[in-house]
Design a protein around this ligand. Sequence first.
Ligand SMILES: [Zn+2]
Length: 193
Amino acid sequence: MKALLIVDVQNDFCPGGALAVSHGDKIVPVINGLMDKFHVIVASKDWHPADSVHFKKWPVHCVQNTRGAEFHPLLRTTNIDQVFLKGTKNKDDGYSAFEATSDNLERVLKERKVDELYVSGLATDYCVRASALDAVKKGFRTYVVQDAVEAVNVHPDDGAHALEEMREAGVALIASSDIKTSSLVAPKTGNLI
Ligand SMILES: [Zn+2]
């Protein structure tokens, strides 16, 4: 069973946000288009308390229950089966979706018989990278959909380096057009079999 993971497609990481990824919003229609190809869709949210130590390294962003922490308004959130909150304590960065504290992503995916994880979202060089590397370590066949991710690029090549590091760790780098609709995937009705 394959699943789509949407990492941190939140207002603060999109243009106009507190920690904006340039063109971070351009992946939203790509991700929306991918959703029809998956039976299991999960998403993560950066969800920090206002006093997080994380803000010693980063501008204040994605504070719990603020507009900046909401999903981008054009993301088709009704298709998402479960949202995982990370970085929720004041002492953790929560880069990886597998560090979510609201529920255990690995356990939820394995209970759903997921063995292939397709990673999309923001940002390539931080939370996408950490999530994809963790997914490989946890035994998932892991793909990063290159036209469905964008990098912060604090240094200009950070995104490219992160993709190379993920590839070397066993992550397959693919394009959204490489993902075919599986004949085993029933149309999403809201009630999963
Ligand atoms: Zn954060």
